[in-house]
Design a protein around this ligand. Structure first.
Ligand SMILES: Nc1ncnc2c1ncn2[C@@H]1O[C@H](COP(=O)(O)OP(=O)(O)OP(=O)(O)O)[C@@H](O)[C@H]1O
Ligand SMILES: [Mg+2]
Length: 327
């Protein structure tokens, strides 16, 4: 806890960088470096199950990023995500509920990567097949190549697209129940996740070939699908109140955390930024109880009174230092 502007969000961001290898706020690594400084270092030590862990990420302006796990250098900082799962709630992430379908696809595909590492590359492989098909469509449109050159890419897009839809449906199957339960607990009744889209068949892709050649783009497949979040029969993206959208995102993150813990045995770290101020006291209590059962959590608030009845550990954030609060 700490007043506005002291660095609470910065602290959560640093923990995210150290444990996942990137900032939840920006993809521009140099933005995490303090103004006027040459570089930044985020270091976290702790226990993962019974195993002692040390994670470290350093960013130097103009040089990029380095990550170490228990002293050994990693090829890419993002590899940390294979070891530790950190889930983050910030108001920015409401895009998962109310943003464009692409935001939700990216979110669910990241969960896919976590829950089914063997299928983690599927979204990128499918995306590459679609990009190749689109390039072939455009070459055909200007007569630089024949239409027969499109077919292998249609086949590949159909095969990988069908696998991707199946993998996403598996993920939604795992999340559906915990999502509905956590949402109900937070007062959002009849919450559900609905996949909108169907596996792309080769026949379906052939059937839209004329249109696709004309547009130079593949007009069906999971790159255009969506996952619709509903509650009480209403689509939350368009018809949810701000509070309902927040609760849905929280329920989704809690469902994800539980599912990760169940399936991988790794209890995730939760970073919840500015989540309490919008919740009534009863919902804060429910959230606190859940968060405790899922894993470790860092929760920010401007006022200690907002924190759930008995915080396990209260830290006071001041500019440049985090203190045990003075009694
Ligand atoms: N790269 C940077 N270098 C130095 N200071 C920065 C950098 N990026 C942001 N800041 C500043 O850090 C300060 C703390 O920001 P932070 O968002 O962490 O505050 P906060 O405690 O989360 O506040 P709030 O309660 O309003 O959310 C802000 O004044 C911000 O301008
Ligand atoms: Mg903040």
């Amino acid at each position: 806890m700490g007043p506005n502007g002291v660095g609470k969000t910065n602290l959560l961001e640093a923990v995210h960088v150290a444990t996942q290898g990137f900032s939840p706020r920006t993809r521009t690594d140099s933005q995490v470096v303090r103004f006027g400084a040459e570089g930044a270092r985020a270091f976290v030590s702790g226990r993962l199950g019974d195993v002692q862990m040390e994670l470290e990420v350093t960013v130097r302006r103009g040089e990029g990023k380095r990550a170490r796990l228990n002293g050994s250098s990693l090829r890419a900082a993002e590899q940390l995500r294979m070891t530790v799962a950190t889930l983050v709630f910030t108001p920015d992430r409401l895009g998962v509920v109310k943003g464009a379908p692409a935001v939700r696809r990216a979110y669910f595909d990241r969960i896919l990567g976590r829950l089914a590492p063997a299928r983690a590359t599927l979204p990128a492989e499918y995306g590459a097949a679609v990009a190749q098909r689109n390039a072939a469509l455009r070459r055909a449109a200007i007569g630089a190549a024949g239409r027969e050159a499109i077919e292998p890419w249609s086949e590949r897009a159909a095969t990988l697209g069908t696998e991707l839809v199946a993998a996403r449906l598996d993920v939604l199957d795992l999340l559906a129940l915990p999502f509905a339960e956590r949402a109900a607990e937070l007062g959002l009744g009849d919450a559900a996740l609905r996949y909108e889209g169907a596996p792309p068949t080769l026949e379906a892709l052939e059937a839209v070939l004329d249109r696709d050649v004309e547009r130079g783009a593949t007009s069906l497949g999971p790159h255009l699908d969506d996952v619709v979040l509903v509650a009480g029969g209403r689509e939350l993206r368009s018809f949810g109140s701000q509070g309902e959208q927040r609760l849905a995102l929280l329920a989704l993150l809690l469902a994800e955390a539980e599912t990760i813990a169940d399936r991988t045995g790794v209890r995730p770290l939760l970073l919840l930024d500015d989540v309490l101020s919008e919740l009534d006291p009863e919902r804060r209590r429910i959230l606190a109880k859940r968060v405790r059962s899922v894993g470790q959590a860092l929760v920010t608030a401007t006022d200690a009174a907002m924190l759930p009845a008995e915080p396990d550990q209260l830290l006071e954030v001041t500019p440049g230092a985090v203190l045990e609060p003075s009694a």
